[in-house]
Design a protein around this ligand. Structure first.
Ligand SMILES: [Zn+2]
Ligand SMILES: [Zn+2]
Length: 438
């Protein structure tokens, strides 16, 4: 073990990774001991058996509708309960709502609240690193399903779940979780379809097992697809992305870039037209007194996130363009003319010497007018004395600078010397703190 002082390291995750030896690589000789077999059965064997059973089980309309309704109920108990309530504490729930969510979520069969939240908090705390249990940088399959039944090479990063350990409903759910799963994932859906319209088998296969398989994968899409498909409007340094399709599959969890930036916000979608039924449910619960203290990040800070990415895109665009020279020689008029042929068309505007060779007959105002100012200071004429030139003319003129006139005094305010395209230039902080370099 290497002793390193965490306060002396720049990267805490790197420090943590040095504290523990990784598990050995998976090979043909050891793979069987590197698998969580019980989870493999749940995630692979059970779905295969389920689809075989579905092949031999007719699907009646009532059962299909019940399956969809129960899928939404179980799914929302995961997104509004496991995720936004217990993992992120994005709102307060009454004990009634908390109890309902704890019970209903067992129908999705995704592990206890404590197990689920511990992994999810590590995902947010150590996003995209080896301490993130579903590290998206390890590939789509790993983040989708591989992490569940293949033992990680590194233990998950540590997170604080002391709030959950003090929550008696969470502890109760952990204690009775296997029974709750049997009751809510299998027994209840069978009972409703059996008593309701006599389809016990269909209720068990479709509203029970098929629903569990679908929810397991739609939830996993938040870890895989939401880190792979879409845009990064708030921060492009993380893999979390936003896409309507992911939101559609995950009951509104598809605006994942926003969620990683503002994880304690009860919303995933901030625009009214974006699809986030989990947000709508929480809002509805708050209106009927089941939820309160819905957390939202200040609009001002959210807009700063959007602006940051817009500036980044503009900076990239800016870097693709060619700009006027930064470092020009300081010369006097005479030596400048002497260093070139006498016939060179040089003129001074705003203290800069410009070489208009090749431009004389392209001047929209005519060559004759331009020729009158060759060898002279044309600042006043250029800046409105003769014609108040366009942004394009200012930008083009700046590209023709060949020197700074020694002792040349600008005739106009400083702002007018800067071409319009550079007035709102996007600058890195290093450029601002080291002006000399730019
Ligand atoms: Zn994520
Ligand atoms: Zn989250």
């Amino acid at each position: 073990m290497i002793a390193v002082d965490p306060s002396a390291t720049k990267d805490y995750v790197t420090f943590l990774l040095t504290q523990e030896e990784p598990r050995p690589p998976i090979t043909w000789r050891n793979w069987w001991s590197e698998v969580y077999w019980e989870r493999l059965v749940v995630m692979i064997i059970m779905p295969l058996c389920t689809f075989v059973a579905a092949y031999y089980t007719p699907l009646y309309a009532n059962t299909a509708i019940w399956t969809m309704v129960y899928y939404v109920v179980s799914g929302l108990s995961i997104t509004a309960g496991y995720h936004r309530l217990w993992a992120h504490r994005s709102y307060n729930a009454t004990r009634t709502l908390e109890f309902c969510l704890a019970v209903l979520s067992a129908g999705a069969f995704q592990g206890s609240i404590i197990w689920w939240v511990r992994g999810h908090r590590a995902h947010h705390r150590y996003t995209d690193t080896d301490l993130d249990p579903y590290n998206a940088r390890r590939g789509f399959l790993w983040s989708h399903i591989g992490w569940i039944f293949i033992k990680p090479r590194r233990a998950h990063g540590k997170v604080d779940i002391s709030d959950l350990k003090r929550n008696d409903i969470v502890i109760w759910q952990l204690r009775y979780y296997p029974w709750l799963v049997l009751a809510m994932a299998i027994a209840l859906p069978s009972l409703v379809a059996g008593v309701g319209w006599g389809d016990w088998k269909g209720g068990c296969v479709y509203a029970g097992f098929i629903k569990v398989v679908i929810i397991q994968h739609t939830t996993s899409f938040v870890n895989s697809l939401a880190h792979w498909l879409g845009d990064t409007p708030f921060d492009d340094r993380i893999t979390a992305r936003e896409h309507f399709f992911t939101a559609l599959l995950t009951l509104g969890e598809g605006y994942h870039n926003f969620h990683h930036e503002f994880p304690m916000d009860y919303r995933n979608a901030i625009k009214w037209y974006q699809y986030d039924p989990t947000k709508w449910l929480i809002w509805l619960c708050s209106k009927v007194g089941l939820a309160s203290h819905l957390k939202t990040f200040p609009e001002n800070e959210i807009n700063k996130g959007l602006l940051t990415m817009e500036l980044k895109r503009l900076r990239k665009k800016q870097d693709e363009l060619v700009w006027p020279q930064d470092h020009l020689p300081v010369v006097d008029w005479k030596s400048c003319k002497c260093s070139r042929s006498q016939s060179f068309p040089l003129l001074c505007i705003g203290g800069f010497i410009h070489d208009l060779e090749g431009f004389m007959d392209e001047h929209p105002g005519g060559e004759a007018l331009l020729r009158k100012y060759i060898g002279k200071d044309a600042s006043a004429a250029f800046l409105g004395g003769v014609y108040n030139h366009s942004n394009a003319a200012h930008n083009l003129l700046a590209m023709k600078r060949v020197g700074v006139l020694r002792g040349g005094v600008p005739h106009v305010t400083e702002e007018k010397h800067i071409p319009p395209s550079q007035l709102l230039r996007v600058a890195h902080v290093q450029e601002l703190s080291n002006q000399e370099a730019y």
